[in-house]
Write a protein that binds this ligand. Structure first.
Ligand code: MG
Length: 241
């Protein structure tokens, strides 16, 4: 899974270099697929329940699950990019939301607070804690900035399948839910809206939008629970150890 995570990370770094005003999300998808395969990985999302892309590319008020296509990025947009990679049957999954050129201070604040919420959740990934400790830490941090967390989609265990137990909500009371044990691996993924928490599905049956049209950001890491604390598998391009 760490090897898969390194490819995910490399792909997100590539996306960070390539996102710019004028590029389409389809072009990003092609670059991502080529990179993932060049590293010996398989793009996990491609073909998943019929999803056509190797990445999810979700601009502005789209929360997640955007099908890459004709959307041409413009200065001031934000773009969520979610990447899953399978290496030798094991999966890692991560996402980042990128600024396209110069973005508003409002958008910058949302990106920063969402990424911080993810890191607050990861800090709770300790043996003996419970899933609710992650959920609560994410929610408290996002809401302290006046934002809301999406409730109808959640993080998840990850391993040989992309979505395994337990579910990892981005909201809820602490000290509840399954206990965290050594060797568990979780994909933690706050989806944070600048406005209300409500979302709705687009006409393609995939894309999820904020109901009020507010901006939404998404950051995700695949994190292993170890006796020495959380080990983020998707933040290094070289495998450790
Ligand atoms: Mg995920």
């Amino acid at each position: 899974m760490a090897r898969a995570g390194a490819v995910v990370r490399g792909c997100l770094e590539l996306m960070g270099q390539e996102v710019r005003p004028g590029i389409t999300t389809r072009e990003l998808d092609r670059l991502a697929e080529k990179y993932i395969r060049s590293q010996g990985g398989i793009p996990t999302f491609k073909g998943y329940r019929g999803f056509p892309g190797s990445i999810c590319a979700s601009p502005n008020d789209m929360v997640v699950h955007g099908i890459p296509g004709k959307v041409r990025l413009r200065e001031g947009d934000i773009l969520g990019v979610d990447v899953g990679v399978t290496v030798e049957g094991y999966i890692a999954d991560a996402a980042m939301t990128f600024p396209i050129g110069e973005i508003s201070e409002e958008a910058r604040r949302l990106l920063r607070a969402t990424e911080e919420s993810l890191m607050k959740g990861i800090e709770q990934c300790r043996v003996g804690n419970r899933v609710g400790d992650i959920s609560h830490a994410v929610q408290v941090h996002a809401e302290s900035h006046g934002y809301s967390v999406v409730q109808s989609m959640v993080g998840h265990g990850v391993g040989r399948d992309m979505h395994e137990d337990p579910q990892v909500p981005n909201f809820g009371p602490p000290h509840q839910g399954p206990e965290l044990r050594e060797g568990m691996v979780l994909a933690i993924e706050p989806m944070v809206n600048a406005g209300g928490y409500q979302v709705e599905m687009g006409e393609d049956g995939w894309a999820i939008y904020t109901r009020d049209g507010s901006l939404s950001a998404h950051f995700e890491h695949t994190v292993a629970i170890t006796n020495s604390g959380p080990r983020i598998l998707t933040n290094a391009t070289a495998v450790r150890g």
